[in-house]
Design a protein around this ligand. Structure first.
Ligand SMILES: [Zn+2]
Length: 343
């Protein structure tokens, strides 16, 4: 009996000792002391935005969710927390997200992340132990950097303007399954740019998102001149416009490259790109042709317009929308450009 009493008292004291510090600590909540961010690359090669919220102690209760009223926002909560004397706003990369904004709501620190694209479920929140918490946001819009299989040493320091055809209010041609030319041209162009950049070229894009270059619903002349201006103002060595072909007959197929009639260098550029593309994609070789296309005619430097494949052809539309095929084409175009600069 005495022993039992001793145990009960001992346990009570131990319990009390465990409870007291918790009561006294309840007031000293988590302090948010720093926000930082950087772009990272996953093992699969995907780019993602990594945001760290540094705190003075481990965060026990945290969560993240999409803002039900705004699909361009993520909201995260850190319970029993407050913000130290720091800036409550952090500018983010601008490509995946614009900024994160912190505020105190009773005993909770709430953060809002303003995204560039709609929430697509590609985000996660996790503990960094005593350092705080981290949020990773992946975005399908950010293209995986691709590397060429061969060294493209000739493009080093060359100024190359890449013009992804159409964009913004102008979808370009549309395939039987609804894939748009502006999507295909942009995906391939970004990959070409990535390869050339990695090889030391100075790449200039006429557009680096889904926008009109001059402005929405502009006249064709204004829109095309705006693209030409990008290449001319950058003092580019070459101008490469990337498109998808279209025709009323869905059987039309193949790959073709155009250059301006009197330009010998344009012809050389068209020839080397066309050869590499046909080698790589195995599609029907429609050869190279002269043309009067505005962007090719008005660029001061050798310029070409590539018709990668027919988006109006059922099979080729499927290729154009395929990430792997886009990469194959991008590599071929970059190799063709490298070949052009070889002499
Ligand atoms: Zn086009």
């Amino acid at each position: 009996m005495y022993n039992l009493l001793k145990k009960v008292i001992l346990c009570s004291v131990v319990l009390l000792l465990m409870v007291i510090p918790n009561i006294s600590l309840a007031k000293s909540s988590v302090n948010v002391e720093k926000i930082s961010h950087n772009l990272m690359t996953s093992e699969q090669g995907d780019t993602y935005l990594h945001i760290e919220i540094n705190t003075n102690r481990e965060v026990k209760n945290f969560s993240i969710q999409e803002n039900p009223n705004n699909k361009y926002q993520l909201i995260f909560n850190i319970e029993d927390a407050q913000i130290s004397n720091i800036s409550r706003q952090e500018k983010l990369d601008g490509n995946i997200a614009k900024k994160v904004f912190l505020q105190e709501k009773k005993d909770t620190v709430q953060g809002k992340i303003y995204l560039q694209e709609e929430v697509n479920n590609n985000y996660k929140i996790y503990s960094l132990g005593k350092k705080g918490i981290a949020i990773d946001i992946f975005n399908s819009v950010v293209n995986t950097p691709v590397a060429s299989d061969v060294a493209l040493s000739n493009v080093k320091n060359k100024i190359i303007t890449i013009d992804p055809g159409h964009g913004g209010s102008d979808s370009g041609a549309v395939g039987p399954n609804g894939y748009t030319e502006k999507e295909g041209t942009f995906a391939i162009s970004q990959k070409v740019a990535s390869i050339l950049n990695q090889s030391g070229a100075k790449v200039v894009m006429t557009r680096d998102s889904d926008v009109d270059v001059y402005g929405p619903n502009a006249s064709a002349r204004n829109e095309l001149q705006a693209r030409v201006d990008v290449g001319n103002n950058a003092n580019s060595d070459i101008f490469v416009s990337i498109h998808c072909n279209a025709f009323v007959n869905p059987a039309a197929n193949g790959t073709q490259t155009f250059y301006y009639g009197s330009s010998y260098q344009g012809q050389r550029l068209a020839q080397s790109i066309q050869e590499k593309m046909i080698e790589a994609n195995g599609l029907r070789d429609r050869g190279i042709s002269t043309c009067n296309f505005y962007v090719v005619k008005h660029s001061y430097m050798p310029a070409v317009l590539i018709e990668t494949a027919f988006i109006t052809n059922y099979d080729e539309e499927a290729l154009l929308s395929d990430d792997e095929w886009q990469t194959t084409m991008a590599k071929a175009i970059a190799e063709g450009i490298n070949e052009y600069f070889s002499n």
